[in-house]
Ligand binder design. Structure first.
Ligand code: ACM
Length: 678
């Protein structure tokens, strides 16, 4: 029964709650109106499903209630109720599509009043989105939890809101994928793009071609039963699964067991390095297409989604150019270059996909005017190819700007819009931009690290793809992202905890006792991993360990945005900004004070010791900051040459070194540049 109708059980619920709605919704809904009061959550919280319900909706409601129970610490028994008395009514018109497509109606409305909550949706999918919103609305209010009274009408801006995970270059354990799906559902993402094959590993069992995994996976692959389980798990959460079998390049692992597919002589091996390699399929032989047809047919029976991704990226054409038989074929078929030959291959692939009732998705390399307009182009090389495709009549999804392995900030990703405000696309062309996908390439992640590379930044991308274009306040995004990041931990994600675990491992068992962990925490709070090219310069392979500090640090830690703000606020009026001065001085003093503790710790921690130069730089940056603030706050000029010395130090600290980079250099540069010299 609604809590407001049972004042005996919870007297506080008799009055409208005085509390203020703290909006931490992520993504922000399309329309939200705050109402007076709040619904108090009590153990007698009940739910009722309206005239329609099915197993999927029942599961979703049960999961939501279990999460509500954990969030509130209340033993919510969910006793039977009727729609007049239930705290939450979930009113769904119908089940939704038998096979979820990009046309699915995902909208919902949610009305919370002091006496109850009402969720209405056209389908299960919208109801699931609404339940996620409801759970995000839960907030403490003194000694109780409430749902603030709101009226929400919500629907996504884009129909394709995806996350791609490359499970080829490093195998990502199955349970990690399941918890990732939970997290995707929490931020209303609806496509899991499963990159299953790479030069470095073939990750899906084929019963027709068992040597694909026997010879091409190091024993690290998903069984067909697991793939079916994942598809069902995703469907239960409103998420489509689009598998990718990257062809004709990036196929080294296929060719180890099936060298007859190859356009080159071999021998082939599972690739350990990263990059673009020569092994490629032979597009000239019928046997290649027979193999692909059988394989795609086998996969089509496992993956019901209307789309299948054929990759198509980064074929360097080397083996095609070196093979006289393929050269003769190209000459005979009037194919002027290897791009034309790949187009020939794609045409054949398209027929195979059509036969198995699949629409083709591919990376932008596949875009040629010969392909029909019902394919989807995934744009990774740049923004312009997405718009160019839309102008030519092709549907597209944006991934340029959403590459998580580039180690950009959540802010950088957030401000990338598949249809920017200044877009010159017509309404029809804009409608062809289906959405976007965050891409987690796995050169530099394994199962232990991947959560912290995906989350929480992907929640910012999820909001970009769901919420109205005008929702773009970066500070507000970071405020809500911090709240969502903690909520996401309830799915077992380790994106926050793995840093603490990694630091303890690096520091060694006695560090906590010696009190050195504070110094280490100060140090790492202003560090993050290098960008993609920085990590690439280390020439890692699939066999490299993941124990370095780089892999313990999250990209875009809170220090980056917080410190930027602190300095910007201070610089508005340094002489008057006493609080800012105190805060900054405290930070700089901590950097200086950390050095001796860090050096002592590093003397007994060989892996941490590799970052010793950064610890020494941090102390010098502390001195730099401290001096800058004392000049600025006192209004006194610095001596001649001071600035040049500080800028040189900042340049040095900005160089690629030790596999970690500072998050605070630009604001420090702003401080230095604001100082006057005599
Ligand atoms: C890609 O990044 N090669 C799609």
């Amino acid at each position: 029964m609604a809590s407001a109708k049972t004042p005996v059980q919870n007297p506080a619920s008799a009055q409208p709650s005085p509390s203020v709605f703290v909006n931490t919704l992520m993504p922000q809904p399309a329309h939200l109106t705050e109402q007076p009061g709040a619904l108090v959550i009590t153990p007698s919280f009940t739910t009722v499903e309206g005239h329609f319900h099915d197993a999927r909706l029942d599961h979703a409601v049960t999961r939501a209630l279990n999460r509500l129970k954990e969030r509130t610490g209340l033993l919510i028994a969910n006793l039977p109720a009727d729609s007049a008395s239930a705290t939450l009514t979930v009113d769904v018109d119908g089940p939704g599509e038998a096979i979820q497509s990009d046309d699915e109606n995902e909208s919902y409305s949610l009305d919370v009043t002091p006496s109850g909550a009402h969720l209405h949706a056209a389908t299960d999918i919208g109801a699931m989105h609404g339940l996620e919103t409801l759970l995000q609305l839960v907030q403490p209010d003194g000694e109780q939890f409430i749902l603030p009274a709101v009226s929400i009408q919500d629907a996504p801006r884009f129909r394709w809101r995806g996350l791609m995970i490359d499970c080829g270059r490093h195998f990502i354990p199955f349970p990690v994928l399941l918890r990732t799906l939970d997290a995707m559902a929490a931020v209303k993402m609806n496509v899991f793009h499963w990159h299953l094959t790479e030069d470095q590993g073939f990750r899906i069992e084929s019963k027709l071609f068992p040597k694909l995994t026997e010879d091409g996976s190091d024993g690290l692959f998903y069984t067909q039963d697991q793939a079916r389980e994942l598809v069902a798990y995703a469907r239960d959460r409103g998420i489509r699964v689009v598998p990718e079998f990257d062809m004709p390049g990036h196929t080294g692992s296929w060719l180890v067991g099936y060298p007859d597919l190859a356009g080159g002589p071999g021998p082939f091996h599972i690739e350990r390095r990263f990059g673009v390699f020569d092994p490629v399929m032979d597009p000239t032989r019928d046997s290649t297409y027979k193999f692909i047809d059988a394989f795609i047919g086998e996969m089509a029976a496992i993956f019901p989604d209307p789309y299948m991704h054929i990759g198509g990226d980064e074929n360097n054409g080397v083996e095609w150019k070196q093979n006289p038989r393929i050269q003769t074929f190209m000459h005979d078929h009037n194919l002027k270059d290897t791009a034309a030959l790949q187009n020939y291959f794609n045409q054949k692939l398209l027929q195979i996909l059509k036969k198995h009732d699949k629409r083709m998705v591919g990376w932008d390399e596949i875009l040629t005017p010969d392909l029909p307009k019902d394919i989807v182009v995934q744009s990774w090389r740049g923004f312009d190819s997405l718009a160019a495709g839309a102008k030519q009549g092709y549907s597209g999804i944006l991934s340029a700007g959403y590459y998580l392995d580039h180690m950009d900030s959540a802010e950088d990703h957030y401000l990338v819009d598949p249809i920017p405000a200044k877009s010159d696309l017509t309404a029809d062309q804009q409608a062809r931009i289906l959405g976007g996908e965050a891409c987690m390439w796995a050169e530099y992640v394994n199962g232990d690290v991947v959560d912290s590379r995906i989350w929480p930044r992907t929640a910012a991308i999820a909001e970009r793809l769901w919420s109205p274009q005008g929702v773009n306040n970066v500070d507000d995004m970071y405020r809500r992202l911090a709240a969502e990041s903690i909520r996401l931990e309830s799915f077992g994600l380790t994106h926050l905890s793995q840093e603490k675990i990694g630091l303890r491992r690096l520091a060694g068992p006695s560090s906590e006792e010696a009190g050195d962990m504070n110094a280490l925490r100060t140090f790492v709070s202003v560090l993050q991993p290098p960008d993609f090219s920085g990590i690439a310069s280390e020439h890692r392979t699939t066999l490299s360990p993941f124990s370095a500090l780089t892999f313990v640090l999250p990209p875009d830690p809170p220090s980056r945005h917080d410190f930027e703000h602190l300095v910007a606020d201070y610089l508005q009026d340094p002489v008057a900004a006493e609080a800012g001065q105190t805060q900054l001085t405290g930070i700089f003093d901590a950097w200086i004070a950390a050095e001796p503790d860090l050096l002592r710790m590093m003397a007994n921690s060989p892996i941490l010791a590799r970052t010793r130069p950064r610890a020494e730089q941090l102390a010098r940056l502390g001195t730099l900051g401290s001096e800058a603030v004392s000049y600025l706050s006192s209004g006194q000029p610095a001596p001649q040459g001071w600035k040049a010395r500080q800028l040189a130090l900042l340049d040095q600290a900005g160089r690629l070194q030790c596999g970690v980079r500072f998050t605070v250099l630009q604001p420090l540069r702003d401080l230095v540049n604001s100082v006057q010299e005599r």
